[in-house]
Design a protein around this ligand. Structure first.
Ligand code: SF4
Length: 379
């Protein structure tokens, strides 16, 4: 590069300097993958159904939290879920997609046509909805997206209302959708976005919504050591007095395929699973050391990146972690790691099927309900 203001071998992007738990966890997984995604900005052209469904689900859950976990809030939660889902999934769903209110009207019509008085209770609504979807999914192509389809999300809301109707009496909503930055030392911050801060008789806690496809101890047990959990707790401790804090709750919703809806797995209805987490002062100190260590490693690699050149035989930074290549559905960069000793030669041209997408945690500031910059507030 001949740019005197840019010491890096490729043009810089402002998102490079915004680090949150997601990006740090990606770096932990594989520094080379981090480089492809966050420095080259490569992202698949195809929309990610799991991210779309997760985003729609978060919007619906936020509506339920703010408006009360009760059947009267269902229509609003469904409307906002479908709106987000179909706005984001423009390239996958087809012309058959219903507009949110039409979808809801059809659902309510089917319930009233059923003439079933029990449908006025949450349990009745759930059963009536199942009947409705059984018919609906016969013709609707969103079936291919199950169990991350709008119908599954709606069934989860109904099930959630049945299971946690008492939440509105026992828990107070303090904040939803909190975006911010929290210091980890004199110079560096972690960006975060918290789904909700709630309060019950034992104190304040963060609630983090997650979807899962199978209940397991492995899923339940993986949270306490995650960077993300410590980040949220660290922020909570900087927002409120320590004595008032209870901890954090993973609010998990299992989206099973349901036999009644034509799924191919013999599971029953949706399951809500909550995992409470609290950390002692010593464990929070261990989290802080860990985060600083991983941040140091990111910065060390960024320094090495300055000396890298497309003409080098190999790229001597952001090392490959071969143990992560087969995780989940397999790493999308595998063909390139198998071929290229120095990916810098190809950095400016995303491969077929990829686009440039400078996703940044800071983008979340625009849509957050509350914004806090705790490094400034605690000076
Ligand atoms: S293929 Fe493996 S080594 Fe390459 S980026 Fe993906 S996880 Fe890392």
């Amino acid at each position: 590069m001949n740019d005197p203001f840019n010491p890096y071998p490729i043009p810089q992007h402002k998102s490079w300097w915004v680090i949150d738990s997601t990006k740090m966890q990606e770096f932990q997984d594989c520094p080379r993958q981090y480089m492809f995604k966050r420095l080259f900005g490569w992202a698949p052209i195809a929309e990610n159904l799991h991210l779309v469904a997760g985003s729609a689900f978060h919007d619906g859950m936020e509506y339920l939290l703010v408006n009360g976990i009760r059947i009267e809030s269902l229509k609003g939660a469904i409307d906002i879920t479908l709106k987000t889902y179909y706005e984001k999934l423009t390239k996958i769903v087809n012309e058959e997609r219903p507009i949110p209110s039409e979808f809801m009207i059809k659902l309510l019509e089917s319930i009233s046509l059923a003439g079933d008085e029990s449908a006025v209770t949450p349990e009745g609504l759930y059963i009536a909805s199942l009947k409705y979807y059984q018919t609906y999914y016969k013709s609707y192509k969103d079936k291919v997206n199950r169990p991350k389809s709008p119908g599954d999300l709606i069934l989860v809301y109904i099930h959630y209302i049945i299971t946690h109707a008492k939440d509105s009496e026992t828990r107070e909503v303090i904040h939803t959708e909190v975006y911010g930055t929290v210091p980890i030392d004199e110079r560096r911050v972690m960006h975060f976005r918290i789904d909700a801060i709630l309060k019950d008789e034992l104190g304040l806690f963060v609630q983090e919504h997650k979807t899962l496809s199978q209940i397991s101890n492995k899923w339940n047990n993986k949270w306490p050591t995650k960077i993300q959990i410590g980040t949220y707790l660290h922020a909570l401790h900087m927002l409120f007095p320590h004595a008032e804090i209870k901890g954090l709750e993973i609010n998990g919703m299992c989206l099973y395929m349901d036999e009644v809806l034509g799924g191919d797995k013999p599971h029953g209805k949706q399951v809500v699973v909550r995992v409470p987490i609290s950390k002692s002062k010593e464990l929070m100190a261990a989290w802080l050391w860990t985060v600083r260590h991983w941040y140091d490693l990111i910065e060390w690699n960024m320094e090495q990146f300055k000396d890298a050149s497309p003409n080098d035989d190999i790229l001597a930074c952001f090392p490959m972690n071969g143990e992560s290549c087969d995780k989940y559905f397999g790493c999308m960069f595998q063909p390139y790691c198998n071929l290229w000793s120095n990916p810098l030669k190809h950095a400016l041209e995303p491969p077929p099927g990829f686009k440039i997408d400078w996703w940044s945690p800071a983008d979340k500031e625009e849509t957050a309900k509350t914004v806090v910059h705790l490094e400034k507030e605690n000076k």
